[in-house]
Design a protein around this ligand. Structure first.
Ligand SMILES: [Zn+2]
Ligand SMILES: [Zn+2]
Length: 271
């Protein structure tokens, strides 16, 4: 049994316990076994299992637990980085929690994820300049304009009026969020490679260059840096790039490593 398989049991949990009539003996036994196996995995690989469940959107608790556990781990390791070691004792845990939060967002992002629409700052509407044509007449239209072979248009002055209106955001269509899927390959990770296609004369699919075959855009690490800057001014952009970002990247990788560990534990328990 692998981690992916446990997902359905989390969703089935409530129905197992509540309204369904007592399941047949063998069914409930299997369910209990699986619950026990999941409990043991949680015990042996708390970080990886919580991270996986958080990523799958099983519960917000798992997400927060995974972030807390990673922040604790980061605290034990961060003194290796001089810039982090020098942080005030009061700020350090907050910075680690912030880094862990961003690391989780990056780890759990997929082509199916959505992010806040930047165009409308998540409002769904934007203020746009709307131009309308207004006109007025320079004189009272004379009844005899016709006789003078003049048309009312001769006395009309047109002008453009700019008004600010709230209109639906055209980037997200008012949904407030946009897909994280890569715009070039639309989440597939593969795109037609122009050079190879030209050389070989047939469409050649290759790893999408924009997302390196991942299928989605990663969270720019500068966003994590900006968030850290709101807590402390002690880390310059240069220091971030040289020493803190590599540490942050390790935190992201830690989630993958721990998830693989949880996977291995679950397999061993249920084999
Ligand atoms: Zn929008
Ligand atoms: Zn792509």
């Amino acid at each position: 049994m692998n981690l992916e398989n446990t997902v359905k049991y989390h969703f089935a949990k409530s129905t197992l316990i509540s309204d369904s009539p007592r399941a047949t003996a063998s069914d409930s036994l299997t369910g209990t076994d699986i619950m026990a196996a999941m409990g043991m995995t949680q015990e042996r690989a708390a970080l990886g299992y919580s991270a996986f469940l958080g990523k799958m959107g099983i519960s917000n608790n798992d997400r927060e637990r995974a972030i807390d556990l990673l922040a604790q781990y980061a605290l034990t390791k961060c003194d290796k980085v001089a810039a982090l070691r020098k942080l005030d004792a009061g700020v350090k845990p907050l910075v680690m929690h912030q880094l862990a939060t961003f690391a989780f967002e990056d780890y759990s992002r997929s082509a199916a994820s959505v992010k806040q629409c930047e165009s409308c700052s998540g409002e769904g509407f934007i203020e746009a300049d709307v131009f309308t044509m207004k006109s007025h007449y320079t004189m009272k239209l004379p009844q005899f304009a016709k006789d003078l072979k003049q048309s009312p248009g001769d006395f009309e002055v047109k002008r453009q009026v700019k008004e600010v209106a709230r209109v639906l955001c055209s980037i997200c269509n008012g949904k407030k969020v946009v897909s994280c899927a890569c715009g070039d390959c639309r989440g597939r990770g593969k795109a037609v490679n122009k050079e190879l296609t030209y050389k070989q004369g047939v469409p050649v699919l290759a790893d999408c260059k924009r997302c390196s075959g991942r299928g989605y855009e990663r969270i720019p690490s500068t966003e994590a840096y900006a968030a850290v800057c709101r807590m402390t001014a002690a880390i310059t952009l240069d220091t971030w790039k040289k020493s803190v970002k590599p540490f942050y990247d390790q935190l992201i990788a830690k989630f993958d490593i721990e998830e693989a560990w949880a996977e291995a534990q679950l397999k061993q328990i249920t084999k």
